[in-house]
Write a protein that binds this ligand. Structure first.
Ligand code: DAU
Length: 343
């Protein structure tokens, strides 16, 4: 089988590429190598005869169409993904996360053999009250430019599925973490800063809840999905979450313990504007298909912290000038403010 994976040099994309290659697939990786890409993530498969890298953008329709024509399955992981960056620079999110998806939809519309599997997010539902889990048909209520762009992409997918009778799969995942994630995200940022003895900028009161899914459990879920892709026209949503929901302040504390750092490094800072308090996915449908997460959060977090401690050379690609400028823009004022935000 031939897969076109977009965004294959990113965190999740690279894990998916490696897993597909290991399962015997021929994989073409289309990636435009933004700041979040790391070709080093795929050093171990780069020489594999079943692996092809194409440097390009999903928004380039001619290129997308050409590659989709040769694929049995198209897995779209190409995206701008960081909520904080969407607050600083929303336009690029609309371009990649909405226009890019429409470009792929157009390509798939002209390639009847190709099945599209698109990566979405639990953030399309917005913040959920305690006790509520979002089922696949729950209404969208996105609050950030990032989540609004992902919801907009899903609406385009629904429209294409209805109009052209396409069977499309939409994966909605909770917070994925593990080795190889860009340092901008919560767990890698806090881990590398804790290892370096630097303050950990915890937004607001730190009581926001996220549902943490180890990347290997996402891979097994993708395997279940690919083994039984829908043939009926429609946008078929699949929820993938671990059920392990923890407040950020608890995660920050565990990171400190694993990194051998003092919890006093945790520094409450001015909150992310519009910060969603809680996400929670109802994953009963995927579990009914035989999937279950296998890596408990404590184990996954410990493996992740160890990976960042051992692999400084691999992740330090992120420690470049652009990232330093981003850190300065995002955190300098927050960390130099004297007010207490955590009380
Ligand atoms: O829920 C799935 C989503 O998870 C994905 O769709 C997104 O692409 C991915 O970025 C992630 O979004 P979050 O906003 O939940 O992830 P992030 O790592 O940015 O933040 C996790 C939590 O930690 C969130 O409540 C904000 C908080 N946080 C984050 C950073 C970077 C802090 O308190 N301080 C920080 O410096």
């Amino acid at each position: 089988m031939r897969a076109l994976v977009t965004g294959g040099c990113g965190f999740i994309g690279s894990h998916v590429v490696r897993s597909l290659i290991a399962s015997g697939w021929a994989v073409t990786n289309l990636d435009c190598l933004t700041y979040a890409s790391n070709p080093g993530n795929l050093a171990d498969v780069a020489g594999n005869p079943r692996y092809t890298f194409v440097h390009g953008d999903i928004c380039d329709f001619d290129l997308a169409r050409n590659l989709v024509d040769k694929a049995d399955v198209v897995l779209n992981f190409a995206a701008e993904t960081h909520v904080d960056r969407s607050l600083l620079d929303p336009l690029v999110f609309v371009r990649t996360d909405v226009e890019g998806v429409v470009s792929l939809l157009e390509a798939v519309r002209h390639a009847p053999q190709a099945r599209l599997v698109h990566m979405s997010t639990d953030e399309v539902f917005g913040s959920l009250p305690l006790g509520i889990e979002a089922a696949e048909d729950a209404p969208f209520a996105p609050t950030s430019p990032y989540s609004a762009s992902k919801a907009a992409a899903e609406l385009q997918i629904r429209a294409y599925a209805a109009t052209y009778g396409l069977p499309i799969t939409v994966l909605r995942c909770s917070n994925v973490y593990g080795p190889g994630q860009h340092l901008e995200k919560f767990i890698p940022l806090f881990t590398t800063r804790a290892l370096a003895g630097e303050e950990l900028p915890l937004y607001g009161d730190g009581r926001q809840e996220r549902e943490w899914l180890f990347v290997e459990d996402l891979l097994s879920a993708v395997g279940v999905v690919l083994a039984d892709l829908p043939v009926a026209p429609g946008a078929h949503a699949v929820h993938i979450g671990s059920g392990e929901r923890l407040p950020n302040i608890e995660v920050a504390g565990r990171i400190c313990d694993l990194a051998g750092a003092s919890r006093s490094l945790i520094r409450p800072v001015f909150d992310r504007p519009g910060h969603d308090r809680r996400y929670a996915l109802d994953c009963a449908n995927l579990r009914a298909r035989g999937w279950a997460p296998r890596v408990p959060f404590d184990e996954g977090l410990s493996r992740t912290v160890r990976w960042y401690a051992d692999q400084a050379a691999t992740w330090s690609h992120s420690a470049d000038n652009d990232f330093a400028a981003y850190l300065d823009r995002q955190y300098s004022a927050r960390l130099s403010a004297v007010e207490e935000f955590g009380s």
